[in-house]
Design a protein around this ligand. Structure first.
Ligand code: NAD
Ligand code: G3P
Length: 346
């Protein structure tokens, strides 16, 4: 692999992943459409809007020219918001070649088509889905740039591509595991943001740790239920991309999803919340996607359903909690067992 990597785009997570690579003494080109941001990175080694107060490595160079960003590299990392992935991948297309490792670190779906991000990228590049790797797991950009110990998972339909991605990113503070279940890793990374919104909302309403533990546990149950129905391995949801990322997102003030939920719980409107964030809150689009997916697969996702009502049907958050607490009596053991999953897949 060449010693140069390209990262498309320069938001919080793109800049943090670029820093991981720069710490491995790689030459890293970060592509951004924003020329002021490009100049700030190149002249001041800062990206203050997205990572305030962080000094970036001089190995990290920004450019607004896609050709310049990706020329001379066979490792490209796409870290655009889900709403922009198709557009960014289409800009990469003229420079894509068979030997290029393409890793994406976006957590969401293409809302209109309900496609996963790896599908969107492979469609735009005109390549097999096995050429794409997803990187996911519990990882706040703010902690990665401080070199706090962090573990993530990379998954691909092609294990060799996943190993290449593991080699690319692994360093002393950034530990990378592989996983063969790309579908499960992508679903877990996207869907946990809904539960993080709900956990923030619960905190904003003034509810306590009992409520949050309930949301995390039952949230994981509904993520696993839909994931297994769609063909994912249930064990993926017990791993870094599942419970790991759910915990880090739903319990941390770094999380934009948790913060947005908190403000909604305090009674702020969705418009007010969005205009004050200034960064992507993927859980909002993902709640819409999950609402449609749960209907399509006829799988109950009660927490996502109530979040949908709060976000898009003006339901008062407190009433949403009452609706969740007042559901029909259930047994806890409805989550599909590994045995059942294996029977379905043999
Ligand atoms: N921030 C984190 O800690 C973190 C960690 C893991 C995964 N992620 C995921 O990474 C993805 C990106 O999140 P982020 O935190 O970097 O977002 P961000 O809000 O910090 O930055 C988004 C960037 O995308 C750019 N952008 C938006 N639309 C664009 C377009 N059409 N063309 C080109 N650039 C465009 C913006 O200008 C901005 O620089 C999300 O899916 C998120 O869930 C984030
Ligand atoms: O800040 P959030 O809520 O987008 O979450 C960031 C990451 O997904 C945490 O792993």
């Amino acid at each position: 692999m060449s010693n140069k990597a390209a990262v498309l785009v320069a938001g919080s997570w793109g800049t943090a992943l670029a820093s991981v690579l720069a710490d491995k003494n790689m030459e890293v080109a970060v592509w951004t459409r924003n020329e002021a941001q490009r100049d700030e990175i190149n002249n001041n080694h800062r990206n203050d809007r997205y990572l305030p107060g962080v000094d970036l490595s001089p190995n990290l160079v920004a450019t607004s020219d896609m050709k310049e960003a990706v020329t001379g590299t066979n490792a490209v990392v796409i870290v655009a918001p889900s709403s922009a992935v198709r557009e960014v991948a289409s800009m990469l297309k003229p420079y894509w070649h068979e030997d290029m490792l393409v890793v994406h670190a976006t957590k969401g779906f293409e809302t209109e088509s309900l496609k996963r991000i790896s599908t969107v990228i492979s469609e735009e590049l005109g390549c097999e889905e096995g050429k794409i790797v997803v990187l996911s797991g519990p990882s706040h950009a703010e902690e990665v740039v401080k070199r706090c110990p962090t573990t993530v998972v990379v998954a691909s339909l092609d294990e060799e591509q996943a190993s290449r991605a593991q080699d690319l990113f692994m360093n002393t503070y950034f530990r990378v595991y592989t996983n063969r279940d790309m579908l499960g890793v992508e679903l877990a990374g996207a869907l946990k943001n809904i539960i993080a919104l709900g956990a923030g909302m619960s905190d904003g309403l003034g509810y306590g740790d009992n409520a949050k533990a309930a949301l995390l546990t039952r949230g994981l149950a509904e993520i696993t239920r839909i994931g297994v129905e769609m063909g994912a391995n249930p064990l993926t949801f017990a791993g870094l991309a599942g419970i790991g990322d759910l915990v880090v997102t739903a319990t941390s003030r770094h999380s934009r999803n948790w913060r947005a939920g908190f403000m909604l719980g305090e009674g702020k409107s969705l418009d007010t919340v969005l205009s004050s964030m200034g960064m992507v809150v993927e859980g909002i689009r993902t709640t819409k996607a999950a609402h449609t997916i749960s209907e399509k697969y006829q799988v109950q996702m009660p927490i996502a359903h109530q979040l949908y009502n709060v976000l898009f049907e003006n339901l008062d958050p407190k009433t949403a909690v009452e609706a969740l607490m007042g559901r029909d009596r259930k047994t806890e053991m409805e989550v599909i067992t590994l045995e059942t999953w294996e029977q379905w897949h043999t």
